[in-house]
Design a protein around this ligand. Structure first.
Ligand SMILES: C=C(O[C@@H]1C=C(C(=O)O)C=C[C@H]1O)C(=O)O
Length: 358
């Protein structure tokens, strides 16, 4: 080994010793903050997304490189996740199984030190959080190609849970197998949605290989672990968790495929200054009712970022609308608009004010 290389490695060892010492010093403050939070409110959430967002932003702005700014988020995600686990376990229920895109969204939001509880249905995610068995729940709400997840919207009708945050997760499919050698593939497994999203690629690149549908992309990965002639279309996380090698990355036909997830909780998060508010409301069945109803948002200068409608399931042709606006319910103009809207509709429920994804 050259002296130069040796010298640089010694320098890295010296710096890593300092980083480790500093991480432990940082952890001591986190533990103290955890105690203070519990003194103030024994039931308080320890996870504080507003503070985490401020840390990400401050460090990203300050970074002069060459360490990549994008990586600061990933590194600090894990530092804060591990630190939080010192304040107490963060239990997160999500629509499983492991290694799905919901699991990836969870990791993006809570890091790998949280305690994850994969459950079988969106309804079960809600009930885990309602019963206090998990602090947070993560469910998909909409996808750029497949649209809104109706089941999640429907669950809000009878649930008292609040939206605590949102996560945007890119849906990128990879072809993977045990050996990582394309020539070994005799069969491809995946979830029907993933297969549909990679249809053109499969027809062009593996025209004679049979494709079988299974219950999830994670199940596809599991099947490929034991069968060297099988390949799975699954997430990057699946390749890591199941020890599979990626043969071809990003085989989805539409590379602009994102799913938006909601974080659910019994409590509201702190205001950040970059928040969104979600509301659910229903209107009387008469001409212009929806137009009248939404006018207060415009007159108070509030940007409406989304509106979805669902049949109310209580009365034929009665609809429930789900509306997202920019701003926090503690802001005067948002409060005023919400009061005006409420007076014009059959019922209105605030599903939460939470930090907009950044
Ligand atoms: C330490 C805190 O608690 C948690 C840990 C954080 C950290 O490691 O910096 C930041 C926010 C919280 O999710 C805090 O609220 O400041």
């Amino acid at each position: 080994m050259s002296d130069d290389l040796q010298g640089h490695r010694q320098e890295i060892d010296r710096i890593d010793d300092q980083i480790l010492r500093l991480l432990n010093e940082r952890s001591k403050s986190v533990i103290e903050i955890g105690k203070l939070k519990k003194q103030r409110d024994a039931e308080a959430h320890l996870h504080t997304p507003a503070r985490e967002a401020a840390i990400f932003e401050r460090l990203s702005k300050q970074n002069t490189g060459p360490f990549p700014t994008d990586a600061i988020r990933a590194v600090y995600r894990e530092i804060m996740s591990a630190s939080l686990s010192l304040e107490g376990p963060q239990k997160v229920a999500y629509l499983g199984p492991r290694a799905t895109f919901t699991h990836m969204a969870c990791m993006q939001k809570f890091g790998s030190s949280a305690q994850y509880i994969p459950v079988n249905s969106i309804k079960d995610v809600f009930s885990e959080v309602e019963r206090g068995r998990a602090h947070f729940g993560v469910v998909p709400i909409e996808n750029t190609t497949e649209g809104v997840v109706n089941h999640t919207l429907d669950m809000f009708v009878d649930s008292s849970l609040l939206i605590y945050g949102e996560v945007l997760q890119e849906v990128a499919h990879h072809l993977m197998s045990k050996s990582g050698v394309a020539g070994d593939i005799k069969r491809v497994y995946s979830h029907p949605h993933a297969i549909a999203q990679c249809r053109n690629w499969l027809e062009t690149n593996l025209p004679h290989v049979p494709v079988s549908e299974v219950a999830s992309t994670a199940r596809a990965a599991e099947l490929s672990v034991d069968d060297p002639s099988a390949a799975a279309i699954a997430s990057e996380l699946a390749s890591q968790l199941y020890g599979l090698k990626v043969i071809t990355a990003r085989i989805e036909d539409n590379i602009n495929n994102f799913t938006r997830f909601l974080v659910l909780s019994q409590k509201a998060p702190e205001r950040t200054g970059r928040d969104k508010t979600s509301l659910m409301l229903s209107v009387k069945d008469k001409v212009g009712a929806l137009y009248d109803l939404l006018r207060p948002f415009a007159s108070h200068g509030l940007n409406m970022t989304k509106i979805e409608s669902r049949p109310s399931r209580r009365k034929a042709w009665e609809y429930i609308f789900f509306v997202d606006i920019e701003g926090h319910i503690d802001e005067e103009r948002v409060k005023k608009a919400a009061e005006e809207v409420k007076s014009r509709c059959l019922f209105m429920k605030i599903l939460g004010s939470y930090p907009a994804y950044s």
